[in-house]
Design a binder for this molecule. Structure first.
Ligand code: VG1
Ligand code: CO
Length: 559
């Protein structure tokens, strides 16, 4: 029998969850009681349901995950939780956590990840709470958690409870007068079973292996040393018959091999090079926790996430899951280009525009109004879970290709020919000084909301843009009527082109400025996005005075 100890503690400043959980440097989490305070606050925010509940716990394998899993086991035991489902060695991808919460109908889950942020002792760690629908906690819950962290005085822990998280199976403990059970589960099994229900695996298998009519479709799948490695091996190699040469970086490393586990053209440049120079038909990469995806075709033809969403929206009939459930509406985050809106219009489906962050999609899915959604930040997913899902997106693309018989590039060309093209680019200025960036946003908001800004003209080269609307985006959730204010500055021009600026809410230090640019062309669809958008980028840099405030001549990452 183990005893509960109540430990006195003091609040830490700054435990406010951002776009997706609390993310800080590992060394911040290592401060005395820092992590304990936050976990106790998560449990306290769920006070009503916590005693006797079941929770899912897992993370992306980064530095500190195992230690924090151990703390969570000891703290939840002391707070009356009845059972934990923990991924073996603490490993669970973010979509797999969502899958487990929903399948086993638990109260929620705790996800240990800083997602696409680098890992290792000198980099980032993160903790996120997901609710019983499997999705990230909504703002009112994260605000409550934060409020609790500012006042916390004690936490409960069972310090001498010893649980082996490397052994699959059930371990039971008597904690004072209650039973506490930890079930260590295979990290991938439930998720893989679910993917086999959603997709036609035999069909994707025959695409990859080839058939009498078609030569093998050669894929290169890159886990970027993140959590998806074991999932990729099980799905692509064991189930779909790809070879070991078709997968790379599939061993999760606690520092992601020193790389930035973010699947974009900059941080996944070596995948892009391998596909460009090799005989590959398809490349995909996922981020540290497995919720993001990047899709490229033969010759490293790049599919923007906004286009990816639109193409999938237009092709859901090829996926068995949607044949069963039907397709309700679509949604995208505000900065995401509006390509999917055109598909919604054609098919007469509802279309929603929500703030940045996956938590804003959950209510719409729970209400049965949303089937497919995405963000420009390499996030795509459906109502099969309540997180974006990188592997799901790759399997969805392979389903479309298996059905159409076309290459990735041909699928896109056909899409643009039918719908026109939303050219899109995003400039990230990472780790700038915070104060000048805040000042830039303040001044910009003042300028663009000033009477007279609407109707003003802005020129670069031979292009002139006239402002139609400018604001700081706010959103009212159609289901619970909650309001999210100040979600990004947007300037919309008369021809429909857009400039959006916001500060990142996932960084762990300094400020990251994100500048999003998009513009629609009905017929001129084969241009180079950077060339097509250059005048609009120049206008954005003029209006925002970004160079002056950040001191940066060029962005860190261009997508
Ligand atoms: C970024 C993206 C956002 C995404 C979030 C979490 O947020 O822009 O679209 O939902 O990361 O993704 P921000 O606030 O830094 O712009 V993940 O894969 O890091 O959980
Ligand atoms: Co992620």
């Amino acid at each position: 029998m183990s005893g509960v100890v109540t430990v006195n503690t003091n609040p830490y400043e700054g435990q406010k969850p951002g776009t997706s959980g609390l993310r800080k440097k590992v060394k911040v989490f290592l401060q005395e009681n820092y992590t304990e305070n936050f976990i106790q606050s998560i449990l306290d925010a769920n006070k009503e349901g916590i005693v006797g509940s079941t929770l899912v716990v897992g993370g992306d394998g980064r530095y500190l995950v195992k230690e924090v899993v151990d703390k969570i086991i000891k703290i939840t035991a002391a707070n009356g939780v009845a059972k934990l489902l923990v991924g073996q060695n603490g490993i669970l991808s973010t979509p797999a956590v969502s899958c487990l919460i929903r399948k086993y109908k638990t109260l929620g889950g705790i996800v240990l990840t800083a997602s696409h942020n680098p890992g290792g002792i000198n980099n980032d760690f993160g903790i996120k709470f997901n609710c019983s629908n499997g999705g990230p906690a909504p703002d009112h819950t994260t605000n409550e958690i934060y409020e609790l962290t500012t006042k916390i005085e004690k936490y409960n822990i069972v310090p001498d409870l010893k649980c082996a998280i490397d052994k699959i199976g059930v371990q039971s403990f008597t904690v004072e007068d209650h039973q506490f059970t930890v079930e260590i589960v295979d990290s991938v099994q439930d998720y893989v079973d679910y993917m086999k229900e959603i997709f036609d695996f035999p069909k994707i298998r025959s695409l990859i292996q080839g058939s009498e009519q078609r030569k093998p479709f050669n894929v290169l799948i890159d886990s970027m040393s993140g959590v998806t490695g074991p999932y990729v091996k099980r799905i692509f190699v064991d189930e779909l018959g790809a070879s070991e040469n078709n997968v790379r970086r599939t061993v999760p490393l606690d520092d992601f091999g020193g790389a930035h586990p973010d699947p974009n053209l900059t941080y996944a440049a070596d995948l892009v090079a391998a596909v460009k120079n090799g005989d590959y038909d398809f490349g995909a990469a996922f981020d540290g926790d497995g919720d993001r995806n990047m899709i490229i075709g033969r010759g490293a033809f790049f599919v923007t996430p906004s286009d990816s969403l639109a193409v999938l929206a237009n092709n859901l009939q090829h996926i068995p899951y949607f044949q069963k459930t039907g397709v309700q509406g679509y949604a995208r985050s505000m900065p995401t280009a509006a390509a999917v809106d055109r598909v919604a219009e054609k098919s007469g489906k509802e279309m929603f525009e929500v703030p940045t962050g996956w938590k804003y999609f959950g209510n719409l899915m729970d209400a049965g109004r949303l089937s497919l959604c995405g963000e420009e930040s390499f996030g795509t997913g459906s109502d099969h879970v309540r997180e974006k899902d990188g592997l799901w997106a790759a399997l969805a693309w392979l389903s479309v290709i298996a059905a159409s018989g076309q290459s990735v590039e041909d699928v896109l060309r056909a899409h643009w020919a039918e719908f026109g093209r939303n050219y899109f680019t995003r400039y990230d200025y990472e780790e700038c000084a915070s104060d000048p960036c805040n000042e830039m946003m303040r001044v910009l908001e003042e300028n663009i909301t000033h009477p007279g800004f609407v109707g003003s003209s802005h020129s670069s080269g031979d292009k002139t843009y006239v402002v139609k609307l400018a604001d700081n985006f706010s959103y009212m959730d159609p289901i619970d009527r909650s309001v999210a204010m100040r979600q990004g500055l947007r300037i919309i021009f008369e021809d429909g082109s857009r400039i959006v600026l916001r500060l990142s809410g996932t960084g762990s230090s300094g400020a990251t400025v994100r500048l999003y640019i998009d513009s629609y062309e009905a017929t001129n669809v084969m241009g180079d996005a950077q060339v097509m958008l250059r005048p609009l980028i120049d206008v954005a840099l003029q209006i925002s005075q970004l160079k002056k405030y950040t001191g940066r001549d060029a962005p860190t990452v261009i997508t």
